[in-house]
Design a binder for this molecule. Structure first.
Ligand SMILES: Nc1nc2c(ncn2[C@@H]2O[C@H](COP(=O)(O)OP(=O)(O)OP(=O)(O)O)[C@@H](O)[C@H]2O)c(=O)[nH]1
Ligand SMILES: [Mg+2]
Ligand SMILES: [Zn+2]
Length: 276
């Protein structure tokens, strides 16, 4: 745990039920040789994934979500869009990192990311194993969580930013065998040169449920839907098949895969509420 005056100490938790997440601010009693975490202070945001039955906190008090993609691994855009929505739900800034720009396939890959720029999200190109400085201006004064499929280069980025970090990196096949991930827990790294900045390296995931999202908040998390919300005939319109729905009337101005994601998320959230 980092103390407000800059010192770092080892701590134990008082009880096991505090539910600490990476990035939490806590109240602790400090004694020589260690400390005891007494309570978790209120969070400004909580980046988490959830299905109907369980939740997994990834990082607390985050102000920015950065998703990492690269041309040598098939990008799951369904997953990528879920991270965007997760960021918007927590009112976090979202940025995309296009990593491994040293690879020959990069240029064609980069074209495909224009869709996200058109939505309004920044894209930063990087060759993380050579130089991460293009990312630094995005990180100053922000609390960032890095997300991405396994092997995209998240831990490589963290090692470049915080040279003492020594986060494990590796190709999936050589490091731990097919299907295993190099990073297995979320870890927070402070970036002392970047003015109140920290970054959380998270393990690559294959699924990212958003069952915790309030049904009424989901449409607002789709930036391109916002101009139409409020113009539907029914005030409680769910934008599924209601007559006079302004979102559905927008037609091709909302990409079909984003509308499909909206409908899937609404379904996920409503089902979870029916279970609980
Ligand atoms: N060519 C190239 N390889 C890179 C670059 N950045 C990272 N790599 C390689 O990509 C592989 C995966 O990198 P990691 O940083 O471990 O990926 P990760 O996203 O942390 O993966 P998980 O921890 O499994 O989620 C490693 O072999 C890195 O050396 C880059 O800019 N160019
Ligand atoms: Mg990693
Ligand atoms: Zn509607």
């Amino acid at each position: 745990m980092h103390l407000d005056d800059g010192y770092e100490i080892d701590c134990v938790q008082k009880g096991r039920r505090l539910g600490l997440a990476c990035g939490d601010r806590v109240r602790a009693t400090v004694a020589p040789g260690g400390g005891v975490i007494e309570a978790v202070l209120p969070r400004t945001s909580l980046f988490l994934r959830a299905d109907a039955f369980q939740q997994q906190a990834i990082a607390a008090n985050v102000t920015q979500v950065i998703a990492v993609v690269a041309p040598d691994i098939a990008v799951d855009e369904y997953l990528l869009n879920r991270w965007i929505i997760a960021a918007e739900l927590e009112q976090c800034r979202f940025v995309l990192v296009a990593n491994k720009r040293d690879l020959a396939s990069f240029d064609a890959f980069r074209e495909r990311l224009r869709f996200y720029e058109d939505l309004g999200y920044g894209v930063v190109e990087l060759a993380a194993h050579e130089n991460v400085t293009p990312l630094e201006p995005q990180l100053a004064g922000r609390h960032t969580v890095l997300v991405g499929q396994s092997g995209m280069g998240k831990s490589t980025i963290v090692n470049g930013l915080a040279p003492g970090a020594a986060a494990r990196t590796g190709t999936i096949s050589e490091a731990l065998g097919a299907g295993r991930h190099t990073t297995t827990v979320s870890t927070l790294y402070r970036l002392p040169l970047l003015d109140d900045a920290w970054i959380v390296d998270s393990p690559g995931v294959k699924a990212f449920g958003l069952a915790h999202a309030e049904p009424t908040h989901i449409a607002l998390a789709f930036v391109e839907m916002r101009p139409y919300l409020g113009n539907c005939r029914f005030r409680d319109c769910r934008h599924l098949h209601e007559p006079g729905c302004a979102v559905l009337a927008a037609g091709e101005r909302i990409a079909p895969q984003r509308l499909a994601l909206y409908q899937a998320l609404l379904d996920e959230s409503e089902r979870a509420r029916a279970v609980n």
